[in-house]
Design a protein around this ligand. Sequence first.
Ligand SMILES: [Zn+2]
Ligand SMILES: [Zn+2]
Length: 159
Amino acid sequence: MIKYDTRKIRPNESISIDTTVDIAMPRGFDAADTAVAVVGSLKNAGGRFVLDARADCLLVSACSRCLVPVEYRLSFHIDENFVEEDEAADEDIEFSDHVIDIYPAIFRNFLLNIPMKPLCAEDCAGLCPGCGKDLNQGDCDCAEEVNEQFSKLLQFFSD
Ligand SMILES: [Zn+2]
Ligand SMILES: [Zn+2]
């Protein structure tokens, strides 16, 4: 939890934020959690507090086609409003007792930005659905069998 006391931010002033937040990773990702660097500001905009920040992290997840672990950098922008309980609208994040925890804002934007189908390479050939071989490392025998059947079929029709 990364908490800030709103009483320490005067109206129309902002505090700078430069911190690292450990995000609990959703299922399907190799890492148990990921350190996200967050740099930006939290501004008292009179009644609402605006978090305006840039987030950066290194992710490891399995290629959605061939399943090898892929490491890549993810950067995204966070622009969220924190509003006192009872006065918050749907898209606002509520806070109470003068304490703002920016974790939900970071987590929400993180989820919006992680690629659902990461690839090790744009042209990853994936795994053979028949034998499971990684087709990036060469063809498997299934392809030939299919071809043989196909040529038999062609012969059948040409007879
Ligand atoms: Zn791949
Ligand atoms: Zn195969």
